[in-house]
Design a protein around this ligand. Structure first.
Ligand SMILES: CCCCC/C=C/C(=O)SCCNC(=O)CCNC(=O)[C@H](O)C(C)(C)COP(=O)(O)OP(=O)(O)OC[C@H]1O[C@@H](n2cnc3c(N)ncnc32)[C@H](O)[C@@H]1OP(=O)(O)O
Ligand SMILES: Cc1cc2nc3c(=O)[nH]c(=O)nc-3n(C[C@H](O)[C@H](O)[C@H](O)COP(=O)(O)OP(=O)(O)OC[C@H]3O[C@@H](n4cnc5c(N)ncnc54)[C@H](O)[C@@H]3O)c2cc1C
Length: 661
């Protein structure tokens, strides 16, 4: 049963919901990993909808940037007061969810506080440091951000220029921004809201540069909120989206902080200037790995937002005819519309399932690292680097298709899809630019192939074991596991092709760096295929583990959309394996799978259970009553407050009057 049906809804949408074959609450439990979390999301939504002061003061598209920041701060403050009665404060998921529900996706002053300020203190701070700052941060007595990127460098962390020089005599670090390019640039919440920051700066002790390390730095006075002497700080200006966030710049001039403000769980500077190395050179980058490990689920949900809007709207939008000339059809009945939207629904599910898996892997790694075992860091770094890149890119593509699937109204801010798009594609850049991160995964793939070449296949981890296989034929009777083999073939041959190109260039006498650069397009292709293979295999495994048979049946239908679409999409890489007859068969299976999933399309997006408050879309409203509300929305636009604007009285009218003479 679809739990979204209510009296007064658009009958076309109700008809869709009645055709669903499964219970949307049960599907939500599968999506969010447990019945409890899905249930809590519904309860929180319901509770929030009854609190007038948490509602939007006006539609976001009609707000200026200052109003958005004010609104985000207003709601954050109210939430902070009400949170204890609304959520389980120990649940990260509930905390993230309630902020999304109430404030939405455009950013707010505490977005980085939860995701990139508190976690480094908790994982990289010593017990004393945690005692000093963690409670204050959790109670929001201080607001923090994460300042790593600089005006001149974001990807190449080795070239960061901010310095933290240890002064033994005062037992302090002296922070400096020696050049214009060394200004910190981009950190969210830095511009106007945060008063503390984790700052990544080159640690210099006895004139020796030990590279980037994390420091706890107070930026603003806790009473007046004025920048402290030695600190230059401000907002970097409007962005493509995310304009409810105050991304900032930051410079230091001989700014002193106590020795105890370097996060010292792993690397340490002793009072006499001794330096103790961390157990793994990149342990300081673990905050980034944590965020990347959460990005697949987060991006899957951005895609889910856009698809909820586009699929619901496609069910109430009637345009053109099929057989029956007496009534126009729902645009959702066009095969092109289904082909545009349904593979993205499958991807959204797949990304969320992968996301929960990588969050679990990160949590496990964290325990291992705290116990001194850093051996899993390289694997998870490679996996999350590839995953964040592929998922953000495909999410962007899927959202843009969803916008186009809504025709003209998709282009209006009333659809809200352009904002979702702008926010989601930020993920292609933040937490590591996609190409750069694909190349990180490629290093891992090349190393794995070198192990095979050196007769050490047995040492390969499970995720790359397929690189050593030798598949050259595929059974025509294709099921999910055969599709997986097709994908393995594609990923394997591309990984070998790219590695051999790199090796050939090296053998021709080229430097390692030049050879890498000359092979890099092929290398990124290998990384994408490897990652898409991982997504497919995780999707297959996840569906296999579902117990509820009705839910499993529809997820298998969705999986069929996914595997057939994915294999068609990489056709060029499987030409050596599949005959044209086999490709035709897969193409036909894709078309059949689109038809099979059609009656469940609305229920599949309803199952994401994204409330109207969070969706902020006139087109995607749960009740489907779009047209009357589009008209209301347009009438409420501030431009319509007056019938005659100054633009007319001041310029157009005089021009027209003059022309009449
Ligand atoms: C609500 C919206 C919120 C948005 C919030 C956004 C926040 C941010 O964007 S914060 C800033 C994020 N910045 C980045 O992600 C920067 C990206 N750059 C990097 O992460 C690194 O510089 C790099 C990984 C691209 C390269 O680092 P580098 O130190 O130069 O290392 P090498 O390339 O030479 O690699 C050496 C070796 O280390 C391995 N490695 C790198 N990172 C990690 C890691 N995190 N964990 C484990 N291992 C790591 C790398 O793979 C190499 O291994 P080998 O191939 O075995 O040598
Ligand atoms: C919305 C948003 C929020 C952000 N929030 C934060 C934050 O809170 N804190 C923070 O510290 N930072 C933040 N950032 C900054 C972000 O992490 C960086 O912008 C990102 O890491 C990319 O670095 P860059 O800007 O230097 O890009 P560049 O590295 O300059 O990229 C430019 C081009 O060069 C290419 N390139 C660079 N290096 C290589 C290479 N080795 N091989 C091949 N190609 C290469 C890239 O692929 C890209 O095409 C944020 C950014 C955005 C957009």
């Amino acid at each position: 049963m679809n739990q979204s049906i209510k009296p007064g809804d658009n009958p076309d949408l109700t008809e869709e919901r009645l055709s669903g074959t499964f219970d949307t609450n049960s599907m939500a439990a599968v999506i969010y990993g447990s019945d409890k979390l899905a249930q809590r999301r519904r309860e929180i939504s319901e509770a929030v909808s009854r609190i007038p002061e948490l509602q939007d003061s006006k539609p976001c598209p009609f707000m200026t940037r200052e109003e958005k920041i004010l609104e985000g701060s207003r709601k954050s403050a109210i939430l902070n007061r009400l949170l204890p009665g609304l959520i389980d404060l120990d649940s990260f998921e509930e905390t993230v969810f309630i902020h999304q529900e109430v404030i939405g996706i455009e950013g707010h002053p505490l977005a980085l506080h939860e995701s990139l300020f508190i976690p480094p203190i908790a994982t990289q701070g010593t017990d004393e440091q945690q005692k000093k700052w963690l409670g204050r941060a959790q109670r929001r007595e201080i607001i923090g951000c994460y300042a790593q990127t600089e005006l001149g460098h974001g990807s190449n962390l080795r070239a960061l220029e901010t310095t933290a020089t240890f002064d033994i005599s005062s037992q302090e670090f002296i922070l400096n921004s020696p050049t214009i390019t060394s200004l910190k640039w981009w950190p969210g919440a830095l511009g106007k809201s945060a008063n503390w920051s984790i700052v990544i700066a080159n640690l210099i002790v006895h004139d020796k540069n030990h590279g980037p390390h994390p420091f706890m730095v107070q930026l603003r006075d806790e009473k007046s909120h004025e920048p402290l002497p030695g600190i230059t700080v401000g907002d970097i200006g409007p962005k493509m989206a995310f304009n409810g966030a105050d991304n900032g710049f930051l410079g230091f001039e001989n700014y002193r902080i106590p020795r105890e403000n370097m996060l010292m769980r792993h690397s340490k500077v002793t009072p006499d200037g001794g330096y103790i190395r961390p157990p793994h050179a990149k342990i300081g980058y673990s905050g980034m790995v944590r965020v990347r490990s959460r990005m697949a689920a987060e991006q899957g949900l951005f895609l889910a937002h856009a698809l909820t809007i586009a699929v619901r709207y496609s069910a109430i939008r009637r345009q053109g005819y099929l057989e029956d000339r007496s009534r126009e059809v729902k645009v959702l009945d066009y095969q092109t519309q289904q082909h545009r939207l349904f593979p993205s629904i499958a991807r959204a599910y797949a990304f969320i399932f992968c996301g929960f898996e990588t969050i679990r892997l990160y949590d496990q790694l964290l325990i291992d690292v705290q116990n001194g075992n850093t051996s899993g860091m390289a694997d998870l770094h490679a996996l999350t680097s590839g995953l964040k890149s592929v998922v953000t890119h495909q999410t962007g593509e899927g959202i843009e298709q969803a916008r186009m699937a809504c025709g003209g109204h998709g282009y209006s801010m009333a659809s809200y899809i352009s904002e979702i798009y702008g926010v989601a594609i930020g993920g292609c850049t933040y937490e590591g630019e996609n190409m750069v991160m694909l190349l990180q995964l490629a290093r891992y793939l090349v190393k794995s192939i070198e192990m095979i070449q050196n007769g050490k296949s047995k040492n390969l981890g499970p995720m790359v074991a397929y690189l050593a296989a030798n598949e050259s034929e595929i059974d025509l009777n294709l099921g999910p596991n055969e599709y997986l083999k097709v994908f393995q073939y594609a990923a394997r041959s591309q990984a070998w092709r790219a590695t051999e190109k790199f090796q050939k260039l090296r053998n021709s006498g080229m430097s390692k760096e030049q050879a890498w650069n000359q092979a890099s397009v092929e290398l990124t292709r290998a990384s994408r295929l490897h990652t898409r293979l991982y997504i497919m295999s995780t999707f297959i495994n996840h569906v296999g583990s579902v117990v509820d048979q009705k839910i499993k049946k529809v997820l298998i239908d969705l999986l069929n959309v996914h595997i057939t679409y994915e294999v068609m999409d990489i056709g060029i890489y499987v030409q050596g394996l599949l005959s044209s007859d086999q490709m035709d068969l897969i193409r036909n299976q894709l078309y059949v799978s689109l038809e099979t999933i059609r009656p469940n399309a609305v229920s599949l997006v309803d199952s994401f259970q994204i409330s109207d408050m969070q969706l902020r879309s006139v087109l995607g409203r749960r009740d489907g009553n779009v047209y009357e509300n589009l008209f209301k929305w347009a009438k409420s636009c501030p431009l319509n407050d007056k019938d005659v604007l100054e633009s007319v009285t001041k310029y157009l009218k005089p021009m027209m009057d003059k022309s009449k003479l």
